[in-house]
Ligand binder design. Structure first.
Ligand code: 2BA
Length: 107
């Protein structure tokens, strides 16, 4: 079994949730915040058998869109120069981690 942690933009979250339910894939949805942009995003925790990992990643990919955002570098403490010119940032599609699951128990 694997645990897929998928961070998606909140605009894509409802569509992905509907697809997961339709495909009978169990998931937990968390309201999260990106560490860089401080904007709300959504994280799905999906426990899934090894043989279905590819299929779930495909679904996540299909339901997530990359978008361009503009941010003022002054808003975040970064290594950017501190000019007030907004900079363009491409925010993923989806950022996914696939972790091995040592045990899965429900009581
Ligand atoms: P944020 O941290 O708010 O990042 C939003 C977007 O800002 C990123 O999109 C990337 O294009 C840019 N970005 C992030 N950190 C940067 C930096 N230090 N310098 C320049 N640009 C930077 P994505 O890479 O598609 O990430 C979307 C969201 O996925 C992130 O939101 C964060 O919540 C999560 N994420 C991405 N990589 C992660 C990782 N390695 N670990 C945990 N969460 C991650």
């Amino acid at each position: 079994m694997k645990l897929i942690i998928a961070i998606v933009q909140k605009e894509d979250a409802s569509r992905l949730q509907r697809t997961l339910v339709k495909e009978n894939i169990r998931a937990t949805k968390l309201a999260t915040t990106g560490g860089f942009l401080s904007q709300g995003n959504t994280t799905f925790l999906i426990g899934i058998d090894d043989e279905h990992v590819k299929e779930v990643l495909h679904i996540i990919k299909e339901d997530s869109k990359a978008r361009e955002e503009y941010m003022n570098p002054n808003m975040v403490m970064t290594g950017f120069d501190m000019s007030s010119q907004p900079i363009k940032i491409t925010v993923g599609g989806a950022t996914c981690f696939v972790l091995p699951v040592e045990a899965f128990k429900q009581f």
